[in-house]
Design a protein around this ligand. Sequence first.
Ligand code: ADP
Ligand code: MG
Length: 731
Amino acid sequence: MNLRQNLLFKVKSIELKKIVSPIPVSTYFGQDTFSVEIMQKHVSKNTFQAFQVWIAEGKTISLAQAKEIAGAMKDWAIAKGATYYTHWFQPMTGLTAEKHDSFISFSGPGKVIEKFSGNKLIQGEPDASSFPSGGIRATFEARGYTAWDPSSPAFIIESTLGKTLCIPTIFISYHGEALDKKLPLLRSDEALNKAAVGLLKLFEHNKGVKKVISTCGAEQEYFLIDKHYYNLRQDLIMTGRTLVGAPSPKGQQLEDQYFGTIKERVLNYMFDVAAEAYKLGIPVMTRHNEVAPHQYEFAPIFEESNLAADHNQLLMELMKKIALRHGLVCLFHEKPFAGINGSGKHLNWSLADDQGNNLLNPGNTPEDNLQFLAVLSAVLRAVYLHGDLLRASVALAGNEHRLGANEAPPAIISVFLGQQLDNILNMIEKGVKSKVSKADIMDFGIGRLPTLSKDSTDRNRTSPFAFTGAKFEFRAVGSSQNISTPIAIINTIIAESLDYVAAEIKKAMGTKKDFNAAVLQVISKIVKETKDIRFEGNNYSEEWVKEARRRGLPNVSSTAQALETLAKKDNIALFEKYKVFSKEELVARYHIWIHMYNLTLEIEANTLNEMVNASVVPAGYKYERLLASALDKLVRLKKSVGLKVNAQALNDKKIHLTQVVSSIYYVRRNTLLMVKLLEQAKKLSDKKRAELYFSQLKPLMEHIRKHVDQLECVVSDDAWDLPKYREMLFI
Ligand code: ADP
Ligand code: MG
């Protein structure tokens, strides 16, 4: 038995621990967060009021008040056993970062006190020089600052050796430029708020509305595999995905004697994650997602976007950490295994006002419906005009395997509305009424929009931007991504369209006088203009790719090319207008993300090179030797003792050996070419390098993989060290 086979044996005999949780969730939900309710109990009335004004209107609290809150937060955290605190932030790499500090300060020789000042709550100064800034921060002012985001509650994270108070923060440069993903999201919420309130105010029944927020629920897909396999797969460790591996043959799916235990193991894991998430106030529900073997999903209950984004990052960290406790590894890569379903993050997005209304929920009155259609038309227009930005918001190396690759949805952005809504819009578009009153709207068929049941809207699972009853679902987001940027981009482009719709309505009122008629006229015009972005059919079909081309919709499968739109003049102007990104901030992101794409591919290629040389080729040689000596022996025995050997059988052995020899040859030859290509790329700029990697390196890596996988299928099981697909996915 080789190492791999040995492990297989281990995995098969894993015993499950029973996790029993007799405590009802309601007793511990949110117990590890410094929630608004807890804060209220521990600070003075005045300070709490000031804090609330800060959250609602952005008027900052005084330093004395910050001190008071910091003190309460510290006492609460220490009572819960925390000894450290950290500013928790989201640098542009997409991970989260922390810099831990102890609560302890030295007050004199040999004397310590527990201290955590208001200053330290509000602002931190991590050694930031190692985080990418895309040129925003010159090296001579390498400082970056973290600043408290009071809208997201602080929380306590437990590790084996202790507990840490984590304070959600933004991360900015000395001059205030955003070095993270959170600040642009907060800014985009502000832009959206202004625009949405502006539109709502035009409607008589909304006079009381003061604030609109975006809401979000990100369904998180992931794979789980046994840690033993993971440790033997260099590619999973280094890159998060398998760079080689033959598909599992049919029938292997039915190793059901182990399937039962797998399920229970995973279930235990899910309960454990859910319990930890609840403590942090993250409202998740577990889901079994049987699309691919060992692929699952967590779906949260939606929250305010900023919170949803923080919680999604936090949830991913918990999921990774807790998996290890269960002897599992949680994979977030968009395509860990070739040939089977990849993982995404369905971003459910909507708008809510401070009166508790969901703006994407058609109502019961004509006014509600007209408003719903106005908001809907703004969404259509935003996606129609800025599909390229949506595409850019999900552009990363991992997602390239999902979008526009051969076994995934195309990279074409379109909107699915469902038949009912589609029909209604078609009717409005063709409507010939020139004078429309409330009663006429009834005639028009939209006085009482049918309840858009999920059933009627959710049938099409292939659309990248689908209306799924009272919300839109952006499905192109990658499973490993931080959702802050996609949300910030959605918020911004929709803010712009909401402004446009409001301005058009005002204009139309000048000529029409009748408000409803004016609104309907604007909606109808937008519906007409944006028709090309709507698609109700199968997005995975070849016909759609052709049809989309005819309509002039972009289909950009290259990450680098998709990112280019961020550096375009119009887009810079758009983000500057809405104060979400300055020109420098946007261009910096463009550079960082292209650079990260290149780094990812270089790590992949180097890992593949090493695996080929250290594992695959030696296994090939071992088997080659075995075959050669068997053949040699037969031929000799035939000669020496006249062994009767069937000529065809002998020939077959020769063919087999030749196949193995040539597979090894192709693997080696292409790997050498790959190394040369990497060498060549070193001279190129990031942009040119990304182009080369997309057009040449990736196909070459696929080519190498094809031959390696062929080899895996013929080489003796004994010689093959790398855990196989059928093992990782089914046992
Ligand atoms: P499905 O079962 O098809 O996935 P659900 O209605 O259960 O659809 O919701 C899926 C996700 O959408 C959940 O995470 C949920 O919290 C989120 N969601 C529901 N309503 C909204 C909303 N108004 N805004 C944002 N997200 C929402
Ligand atoms: Mg979904």
